[in-house]
Design a protein around this ligand. Structure first.
Ligand SMILES: O=P(O)(O)OC[C@H]1O[C@H](O[C@H]2O[C@H](CO)[C@@H](O)[C@H](O)[C@H]2O)[C@H](O)[C@@H](O)[C@@H]1O
Ligand SMILES: O=c1ccn([C@@H]2O[C@H](COP(=O)(O)OP(=O)(O)O)[C@@H](O)[C@H]2O)c(=O)[nH]1
Length: 733
C-alpha cells in the first residue's frame, strides 16, 4: 500500500531532557500543529528532527522506538548542525530574508555548507524509508534543497513541496548568494505549494529571472520536467477546536481564568517569540490605547502568551529583552491595585488551556509584520462557537487573504491599530456575530483536511500532466541504438536547427556565427555521400548563406519560406505576399520605442520582434500586449503570428519548418532521419516526420513532441561528432 511520507525539519513531537529523563511533548508552531491532524488521521509516516541533541546511542534508540510507535522517524542533528543549519542558515539567513528582514540576514559559507549537508542527511533518511509507490511531501524553508536531492536518486518519485513562510519578491531572493541553487532545489518537486497567490507569483518571477525557465498558467518548464506551482492556503482542524471549545473541561478552565479578570474585557495575543510577529509594535499600540482612551483604564487587559522560540539566535534574544522591558514599563506606568493592564506569559500552554483562552477573549490581536499564514487567527475563529469576539488581523499575514471579515490593519501604523482596538471594544454584538459567522463558515469549509486533499489531488494531476508530455532523455542505450541505425542506413537525412541547437543563444543574434569546430563538423558530415544535411532555421537566407553557404549542405530559411539544395539557387516555397509589412512594422516600431532592448528583424516575407535583451518581466508584458494587437490586425488575413523563444514573428500562414521538411521526404523518406531543434518552431519539424525518425529536443523538453531530449548545444555537437566517427571508421574499413 502506498503511504505519504511527510518530511519537515521539526517533528510534531518534541523531546525534552528533564531531571526524570526524556519527555515527549507536542511541538509548537503552525507547521507541527496544522499537519499533526492529517498525519494522525491516516497511515502516514513523518520524518523530522525531534528538537533536541541526542548523541548517546542508547538514548537515540529509546527516542527512535518511542517515536516509531507514533509513526515518526527521527533525524538526529548534532550540536554543530543545529548551530549552522538550523540557527545559522535556516533561521539566520532564510527566515529573515523571506520575511523581508534582510538586514538581519547572515551570509556565512559554513552555514550554507551545513545546510547542504543536513538536507542530504534528510535525503538519506527518506530514501531509507520510502517505497517506490510512496508519495513524499517535503515541508518548508529548512529543506529547500531536498526535493532536488530526492529527484536525483528517484527520478520518477512523486514529490510535493509546501512552503509555510512567505516567498519574497525576487529582489530579496537575489540578495542571497545561493538563490539559484535554492530554486533548483525546490524545482525537484512535481508540485510546489504556497499559502497565497502572491507568494506563488514571486516564486515564478524569481524562477524566470534567476534560472530563465519559462512558465505558463502556473507550470514551470524546467529542462527536464513540467513543475506545477499553485496556492493552497493552509487550514486547521476546525472540528477539533470547535468540539473542544464546547467541552466541560474548557468551560471550567474559562471560569477559573475569568476570576482573574472580573468583568474586564480581554485582548488576547499568542505567538512564538519572533520579530516577524510584531509583538513590540502590538505593545506600543496597547500603550497608545491606554494613553488616548483613558476610559478603558481598569476595563481592558492584554493577555499575552509568548512561546519561547529559537532562543540561541541573537535577534530573538534581544527581542525577548525588548518585550520584557516594554511590559515592565507599561505595567509600572498604568497598573492600579485592582487592575494589571498586561498579563504576560513566556511559556507554552497545553491544548485545552489554549482553547479556553481563545474562548475567553473578547478580541484576538494578531498583528505580525510578516507571516506565511498564521494559524492562531484561524484557531481563535474555530473556538468561537458563540459567534462572538473580534479578530484584528494584520494585512501582511497570509491569513488576511482569506479572512476579509476580520478588522484588517497595517501592523506598523500604530494610530490605525489603536483605533482598531477601540473599534473592536465598542463593536456591537450583532456586528460581531455577522463577521464571526462568515469567518467561521470559511475556516470550517477550508480546513486542513480539505487543504491536504486539494494538494494531493493536484500532485496526482501533476504526474498525469508530466506523463502526457514525457520525453525521454537520450541515454546511453537510446544513443547506441541511434548510432546503430545510422551505421546501417544507406540514406540519411540530418535536419539541424541552428540557434540554440548547433550554437548557443547569443543576446545579440549577429554574434551567433559558426565557429571553426562547427564548420568542420558540418562539412565532414555532409561529405559522406549517404548523408543529406539540412540547416533548418528561422533566420533570413542572406545570413545563412554568408555563414554556411560555402558548405555542401541544404537550407530551409525563414521557417520554410526559402529552400536551397546544396550549391543550387534559392527557391521560394510558394508565391507569397509582403505588402502587409509596412503596417505591421509601424506597430512593432511603436513597441520598440516603448521597450528598451527590443529590436525588429526584417526578412523577405516576415517581420520579427525580438525581446531577448529586454528585462524579463517587462519583455513578457510587452510581448503579450503586442501579441494581442498583432492577432487583431492579422485576423481574417493570410498571416499568422508565431510565438518563439523571446520573439514574436508575423509571417504567411500555412508555411513552417514542417511543411518545408516534407519536401525532403519525397519521393521516398530516407532510411534514417535525425531532427534536432530547441524551439517551438522545431515542433513543426518533429510533427512532420515519420514515427521512426529520431526527433530530439534540445534543452527544455517539458512540452515537446520529440522522442528524446538532450541538454544543450554541446550535447548536440557530441552526438554529431559520434556519428562522424562512425562514418570515418566505416570509410577506413
Ligand atoms: O520549528 P521552529 O523553528 O520552532 O518554528 C516553528 C514553525 O514556525 C514556522 O511556521 C510557519 O508555518 C505555519 C503553518 O503553515 C504558518 O501559519 C506560519 O505563518 C509560519 O511561520 C515555520 O515555517 C515552521 O517550519 C516552524 O516549525
Ligand atoms: O502555547 C502555545 C501557543 C501556541 N501554540 C500553537 O502554535 C501555533 C502557531 O502557529 P502560527 O501559524 O500562528 O505561527 P508559527 O509559530 O507557526 O509561525 C498555533 O497552532 C498555536 O496553537 C502552541 O502549540 N502552544
Amino acid at each position: 500500500m502506498s503511504r505519504t511520507i511527510i518530511v519537515s525539519n521539526r517533528l510534531p513531537t518534541k523531546v525534552q531532557r528533564t531531571a526524570n529523563g526524556l519527555t515527549f511533548q507536542p511541538s509548537e508552531g503552525g507547521l507541527a500543529t496544522g499537519l499533526g491532524s492529517i498525519y494522525r488521521a491516516a497511515d502516514n509516516v513523518w520524518i523530522g528532527w525531534p528538537g533536541l541533541v541526542v548523541s548517546d546511542p542508547g538514548e537515540q534508540q529509546q527516542v527512535t522506538q518511542r517515536l516509531q510507535a507514533d509513526s515518526m522517524a527521527p533525524v538526529f542533528l548534532t550540536e554543530r548542525e543545529i548551530q549552522d543549519y538550523y540557527e545559522g542558515f535556516s533561521n539566520g539567513t532564510l527566515w529573515p530574508t523571506f520575511h523581508y528582514f534582510s538586514e538581519y540576514a547572515l551570509y556565512e559559507e559554513v552555514h550554507w555548507e551545513a545546510y547542504v549537508a543536513v538536507n542530504r542527511k534528510f535525503c538519506e533518511a527518506v530514501l531509507e524509508l520510502a517505497g517506490p509507490d510512496d508519495t513524499i511531501w517535503v515541508h518548508d524553508y529548512q529543506l529547500l534543497l531536498l526535493p532536488e536531492m530526492l529527484r536525483r536518486e528517484r527520478p520518477s518519485a512523486t514529490i510535493g513541496f509546501f512552503l509555510h513562510i512567505p516567498f519574497p519578491s525576487y529582489e530579496l531572493l537575489r540578495e542571497l548568494p545561493w538563490g539559484a541553487e535554492l530554486l533548483e532545489g525546490m524545482l525537484g518537486a512535481d508540485l510546489i505549494g504556497f499559502h497565497t497567490f502572491s507568494y506563488q507569483r514571486h516564486f515564478l518571477s524569481a524562477v524566470s529571472h534567476m534560472l530563465g525557465y519559462p512558465n505558463q498558467s502556473g507550470q514551470v518548464e524546467t529542462p527536464s520536467r513540467l513543475v506545477l506551482v499553485d496556492a493552497f492556503p493552509m487550514g486547521i482542524d476546525f472540528k477539533q477546536y470547535a468540539e473542544t471549545a464546547n467541552t466541560e473541561a474548557v468551560a471550567r478552565q474559562i471560569l477559573a481564568y475569568r476570576e482573574g479578570f472580573r468583568e474586564g474585557r480581554i485582548v488576547l495575543s499568542i505567538d512564538r517569540l519572533d520579530y516577524t510577529k510584531g509583538i513590540a509594535q502590538r505593545l506600543r499600540a496597547f500603550e497608545g490605547l491606554l494613553q488616548r482612551h483613558p476610559e478603558w483604564h481598569g476595563k481592558v487587559s492584554l493577555l499575552m502568551v509568548v512561546v519561547p522560540s529559537r532562543d540561541q539566535v541573537a535577534q530573538y534574544q534581544s527581542l525577548k529583552e525588548e518585550i520584557d522591558e516594554l511590559v515592565g514599563r507599561l505595567n509600572a506606568q498604568f497598573s492600579t491595585m485592582s487592575w494589571t493592564p498586561i498579563h504576560y506569559f513566556y511559556r507554552s500552554f497545553p491544548f485545552e488551556e489554549l482553547v479556553a483562552l481563545y474562548r475567553l477573549a473578547d478580541i484576538a490581536l494578531v498583528t505580525p509584520v510578516r507571516d506565511g499564514m498564521n494559524l492562531v487567527a484561524k484557531e481563535y475563529i474555530a473556538c468561537r462557537n458563540d459567534e462572538r469576539g473580534v479578530l484584528i488581523l494584520s494585512e501582511r499575514a497570509g491569513a488576511a487573504h482569506e479572512l476579509s471579515d476580520a478588522l484588517l490593519i497595517n501592523p506598523t501604523d500604530t494610530n490605525h491599530l489603536v483605533e482598531a482596538l477601540n473599534e473592536a471594544l465598542l463593536m456591537p454584538e450583532e456586528e460581531q456575530g455577522r463577521r464571526m459567522g462568515h469567518l467561521r463558515a470559511l475556516v470550517e469549509q477550508y480546513d486542513v483536511f480539505a487543504w491536504t486533499k486539494l494538494f494531493m489531488d493536484r500532485l496526482a494531476y501533476s504526474k498525469i500532466k508530466q506523463h502526457i508530455y514525457a520525453t525521454d532523455s537520450l541515454d546511453q542505450e537510446a544513443r547506441a541504438q541511434l548510432q546503430a541505425r545510422y551505421e546501417t542506413a544507406n540514406s540519411r537525412l540530418l535536419l539541424l536547427d541552428y540557434d540554440g541547437t548547433l550554437v548557443r543563444f547569443e543576446s545579440n543574434p549577429q554574434r551567433a556565427q559558426p565557429d571553426a569546430e562547427l564548420l568542420r563538423l558540418l562539412s565532414s558530415l555532409a561529405d559522406d555521400p549517404r548523408n543529406r544535411v539540412v540547416i533548418i532555421s528561422g533566420r533570413d537566407r542572406a545570413t545563412l548563406e554568408k555563414w554556411l553557404g560555402h558548405l555542401p549542405v541544404d537550407f530551409i530559411a525563414e521557417h520554410g519560406v526559402w529552400l536551397r539544395r546544396a550549391r543550387e539557387e534559392w527557391q521560394l516555397f510558394q508565391e507569397l505576399r509582403a505588402d502587409w509589412k509596412p503596417e505591421v512594422r509601424l506597430l512593432m516600431e511603436l513597441y520598440v520605442r516603448r521597450t528598451a532592448g527590443a529590436s525588429i528583424e526584417e526578412k523577405d516575407y516576415s517581420l520579427a520582434w525580438h525581446y531577448r535583451r529586454v528585462d524579463a518581466d517587462l519583455g513578457a508584458v510587452r510581448a503579450r500586449e503586442l501579441l494581442s494587437h498583432l492577432s487583431f490586425i492579422t485576423s481574417n488575413t493570410e498571416l499568422q503570428v508565431l510565438e518563439g523563444s523571446k520573439v514574436l514573428e508575423v509571417k504567411n500562414a500555412g508555411i513552417n519548418k514542417g511543411t518545408a521538411v516534407a519536401r525532403w521526404l519525397q519521393p521516398e523518406p530516407p532510411e534514417f532521419i535525425l531532427a534536432l531543434g530547441d524551439g517551438r518552431t522545431d515542433e513543426d519539424t518533429f510533427k512532420a516526420l515519420p514515427a521512426e525518425a529520431y526527433t530530439i529536443k534540445v534543452g527544455n523538453a517539458a512540452r515537446s513532441l520529440a522522442r528524446y531530449c538532450v541538454g544543450d548545444s554541446d550535447d548536440v555537437r557530441s552526438l554529431l561528432q559520434s556519428l562522424l566517427v562512425i562514418g570515418e571508421v566505416e570509410i577506413l574499413a
